[in-house]
Write a protein that binds this ligand. Structure first.
Ligand code: F6P
Length: 327
């Protein structure tokens, strides 16, 4: 087994709170183990542009509490081409980088898997996305913080909704995932929750709203994941208005504020454990795998498995509970 001397760390795809804490853990663990660390700016784009920075313990001082990513992020089309990846490899080789830690989501993992196979460079991934839509970890970095952000927003919306006896359609992030919608919907006491994975249609929503009305609720909040099959909050609000013309309906799209903010205690500790584990696994000769939390343990899963398993990640029990709490 070749000894690793210089780990390149980068963040890619949508940013998520906790990414900085993960970078910090990678840097400090590696330096403790006498391994150099190179920060790669803007993910795969930075590899292609040779946008590198040599990191030391102080490069990551006072970042654990900040959202976003000090290494910046990007979605890089050029890396999808063989020429782009060759350029990236030539640059990291010239800089002496002999292993990688990739922090990001599905697209980041796909790129890391391909790159590692093509150029035989060891790589470990850390799941960082607020969507919580990756196999191999019960929780992805940023998911807990995003849930807290959304719940805080729902509480505020509830204040004004109750004061005016209004119905609010609140759209949350999740292009393919209803995890935030379900979790924050339950935590925020939503009257109905629409998610991409559940083909509930609007009839069920009509029933839920009619029931809430019959109970003389002073407000109603419907949480809609952006990827819901009924076409987003504005569309659902329009359909509902056609049937319930008497309702005072408002729409609120929470958008990118869900991606920012100081990471929660849970995300900071999880990120630190994951960053530590990623370096340790590279040192032990593991590669092409993701670290993740299963139960209370930090484990690894081969990337090939993580990428091929598109499992239903919504908590079935929580789904059932949500359907009782809103009755
Ligand atoms: O980070 C994941 C995610 O938040 C999705 O839920 C959302 O659709 C997407 O990112 C939007 O990201 P961007 O605006 O950066 O393309």
């Amino acid at each position: 087994m070749k000894k690793i001397t210089n780990i390149g760390v980068f963040t890619s795809g949508g940013d998520a709170p906790g990414m900085n804490a993960a970078i910090r853990a990678v840097v400090r663990t590696a330096i403790y183990e006498n391994i150099q660390v190179t920060g790669i700016y803007r993910g795969y784009q930075g590899m292609i542009d040779a946008d590198f920075v040599n990191m030391n313990r102080r490069s990551v001082s006072s970042i654990i509490q900040h959202g976003g990513t000090i290494l910046k992020s990007a979605r890089c089309l050029e890396f999808k081409t063989k020429e782009g990846r060759q350029k990236a490899y030539d640059n990291i080789k010239a800089h002496g980088i002999d292993a990688l830690v990739a922090i990001g989501g599905d697209g980041t993992f796909t790129g890391a898997d391909l790159f590692s196979k093509e150029f035989e460079i060891p790589v470990m991934c850390i799941p960082g996305t607020i969507d919580n839509d990756l196999y191999g970890s019960d929780y992805t970095l940023g998911y807990d913080t995003a849930n807290n952000t959304v719940i805080e927003a729902i509480d505020k919306i509830r204040d004004t909704a109750s004061s005016h006896s209004r119905v609010f359609f609140v759209e949350v992030m999740g292009r393919d995932s209803g995890c935030i919608a379900l979790n924050a919907g339950v935590g925020g006491g939503a009257e109905a929750i629409l998610m991409p994975e559940v083909d509930s249609g609007v009839t069920e929503l009509f029933d839920e709203l009619a029931l809430a009305e019959s109970r003389e609720k002073s407000s109603m909040i419907v949480i809609i994941a952006e990827g819901d099959q009924n076409g987003g909050a504005y569309n659902v609000a329009k359909i509902v208005k056609e049937k319930f013309d008497h309702l005072d309906i408002k729409v609120s799209i929470l958008g990118h504020l869900q991606r920012g903010g100081s990471p929660s205690s849970f995300d900071r500790v999880l990120a630190t454990r994951m960053g530590f584990k990623a370096v340790k696994e590279l040192m032990a000769g593991n590669s092409r795998a993701t670290v993740g939390l299963r139960g209370t343990a930090i484990v690894t899963t081969p990337l090939e498995e993580a990428l091929s398993r598109k499992e239903f990640k919504l908590d079935e029990e929580l789904l059932a509970i949500a359907n009782i709490m809103n009755k």
